[in-house]
Design a protein around this ligand. Structure first.
Ligand code: FE2
Length: 374
């Protein structure tokens, strides 16, 4: 593992300030049912809606929130809509990673000057609650970064949406904010996208993992993590590496039909409570063999949690120079083996669980073998 900072991108950091993740939008086949899944299984609250009743003739969107995490679930009402075509090709998946900025037009213009490709030009939308300015730039695959300026807006989400409350009795599970969002890209494309984040958005390269760091007997991948100036946005980018069998990244690319978001890591400050609740609600997690827990404390040293409890819940542990972290991974959350979630609790550690990669990828391989795609 090497850690390096790019001088050029540090200078650029101030020119592209990002306050945080504004929202994550999924294109799905049935937004109404997906919205129930996120409320029932993950404890998100419904906060806003748009659809035919609000004047949206071709799209339906449900906006869900927990802590600072905001998800938008969007489906098309006709087969020839761009959203319907996206879902037909990619399955349910992440279309937009929206970035919250102070000045959308300026940010968009800077990104374009530095080589970004436009997804859509700046627009201003307004209603009685105020004004939102937005623009879009393209990233890997068909994924888009929408740049959102919402300083003057006090409504539920944005103009065009009406406030809605859950009818479902939501029991929140303690999810706080988006820790990082990981992209899978095609073989040979990782460096191109790392350079995009460095050159266009002024991100810095945090960590590099090569295939020696992330390999099992059968499969391998490479990963680089980029982060914005204030560190609130972290995007690891994975590409497959050659192994004896099919890499999990290749499996993703096959089923998603291209590059896209692989997993979204969401933070909690009590992972035992969060995962207990999620399991009780029916969320499926990757299985970790008991043998992992026999030696884990030799590797990570003392922890505050009861190891038996972590073992019962299949929570993984890792340590770096700054502290330790607890993490667990769900199985894919749609029919295709594409997008999944990570639940993470950081206790000082700022890394990504390198010490768990082998156990994690072996767990994924067991799932791939069951699917016949290893
Ligand atoms: Fe992760």
């Amino acid at each position: 593992m090497d850690t390096s900072l790019s001088t050029a991108s540090n200078i650029a950091t101030d020119a592209f300030p990002i306050n945080g993740t504004d929202y994550i939008e999924f294109y799905v086949g049935n937004a109404k049912q997906s919205a129930i899944y996120y409320q029932a299984a993950f404890g998100y609250r419904l906060v806003a809606y748009k659809g035919p009743e609000t004047g949206s003739r071709d799209l339906v969107s449900y906006v869900l929130q927990q802590g600072k995490i905001r998800l938008v679930l969007t489906a098309a009402l006709s087969p020839d809509h761009e959203v319907a075509k996206h879902v037909a090709k990619h399955g349910d998946g992440v279309k937009t990673l929206a970035l919250w900025v102070d000045n959308a037009v300026e940010s968009y213009n800077i990104a374009l000057q530095r080589g970004a490709e436009s997804a859509f030009e700046p627009i201003t939308v307004e209603d009685d609650n105020g004004v939102i300015k937005m623009a879009g730039i393209k990233t890997y695959g068909t994924t888009v970064h929408t740049i959102v300026e919402r300083s003057a807006y006090s409504g539920a989400f944005m103009p065009g949406y009406e406030a809605r409350e859950s009818v479902y009795p939501v029991d929140e599970v303690g999810l706080k904010y988006v820790d990082h969002c990981v992209g899978n890209v095609e073989l040979g494309d990782m460096n191109k996208w790392v350079k995009f984040y460095q050159d266009v958005l002024g991100f810095k390269l945090l960590i590099t993992f090569d295939d020696k760091d992330i390999s099992t007997k059968y499969t391998a991948l490479m990963s680089k993590v980029v982060s914005n100036g204030n560190g609130y946005i972290k995007f690891p980018i994975n590409e497959p590496a050659k192994g004896l069998k099919k890499s999990q990244i290749e499996e993703y690319l096959d089923f998603y039909h291209g590059a896209g978001v692989q997993h979204i890591a969401v933070a909690t400050d009590n992972i035992i409570e969060t995962v207990t609740k999620l399991r009780n609600k029916g969320v499926d997690f990757l299985y970790v063999p008991e043998v992992y827990y026999e030696t884990v404390l030799d590797r990570v040293g003392e922890i505050e949690e009861d190891l038996e409890e972590l073992k019962k819940l299949n929570i993984l542990i890792d340590r770096d120079e700054e502290g330790y972290l607890l993490q667990i991974f769900t199985k894919p959350v749609q029919d295709r083996p594409t997008v999944f979630y990570e639940i993470i609790q950081r206790k000082g550690a700022q890394s990504f669980g390198k010490g768990n990669f082998k156990a994690l990828f072996e767990a994924i391989e067991r799932e791939q073998a069951l699917r016949g795609t290893l």
